[in-house]
Design a binder for this molecule. Sequence first.
Ligand SMILES: [Fe+2]
Length: 298
Amino acid sequence: MNKGSIVAGVLAPHPPHLVYGENPPQNEPKSECGWEGLRWAYERCRANIKALKPDVLVVHSPHWPTVVGHHFLGLPHFKGLSVDPIFPHLFRYNYDVKVDVDLSLQIRDVCAKADMHTSVVKNPDFRLDYGSIICLHLINPDWDIPVVLISSNQAAFYFSNEVGAQVAKDLGEATRQAIEISGKRAVLLASSSLSHRHFVHEPDLPEDMSFERIHHHGQYLWDMKVIDMMKKGQCRELLDIMPEFIEMASAEVKVGSLNWMLEAMGVPNYPAVVHGYGTVIGTGNAVVEWNPSLKGKN
Ligand SMILES: [Fe+2]
C-alpha cells in the first residue's frame, strides 16, 4: 500500500450565515443573498479541493468541545438536524454524513499510543457539531467524500495558550502519522474564524450587507498581519505569535484548529492561497488554502 498523505489544508471558517446565504435544500431558513465575498472564496477553494480527488476530509472544530481528551466518531453514518444555538433562525440543517471510521479510529489509536486521552462516539443519535457541518458543506456541498471529525480538547487551553499549542501539535503529528499509515489522500479543514469580537445585535434582515463591517479596527489589523504571514509562507512565525493573536483579537483559533492543521502539514513554508477575507457580524474570516501541488503557481 502506498504511503498516505495530506494533499491540502484549508482554513475554513464556519459562520452559519454563509450556508444561510447559499440556500441549500438541507437548510430550512431561506435568504435573499449575503456574504458573497466569503461564499465566492469558498467556491474557488472548493474547485481546487475537488480537483485533488481526496479520499477523505478531516475536520477539527471548536464547536465539538471536549474537556477530557479528543473524541472521535466510531460509526459509519450520522443523520440529524444541526441547529446553531446562537443563530437558530439562520441555520437548521438536515445532515446525512458518511464517516471514514477506519481513519477515524487510526488517528485515535495513534493518539492513544502517544498517551493522549481519547474517546470514541458509539451513540447513533449523537448530534454532529455545526462548526464541522458548515465548513464541510461549504467545501463539498455534494457530500460525496467521507469525513473524519476530531473534537477540540479545551482543557490545555484553559491552562494557557502555549500548553494548548503543544497539545494541538501532538494531535497534528498523530493525525499525519495515521494518514500516512492509512494510504489515503486527505484534505484537512481547520474550522475557524480569525478575529472573533462580534456585534451582539443583528439587523432586522440578517443579510442586509449595509450593516456588515469589522467590529474593531485593531482586530482587523491583526487579521491582516496573520494573513500576510500566511501569504509569505511564514507559518513557523505565525505559530510563534499565535498566543498573542488569540489574546489580542479574541481569535477563534484559540482551541487549536489552525495549530493542529499547520503542525500536521509539517508547518508549511510556502505561500498559502488566500481565496478571500470578509466579516460576519463583525468577526474576521478568511478562506486560505495550503496546497503543495500549487507551489510556485500563484
Ligand atoms: Fe464558531
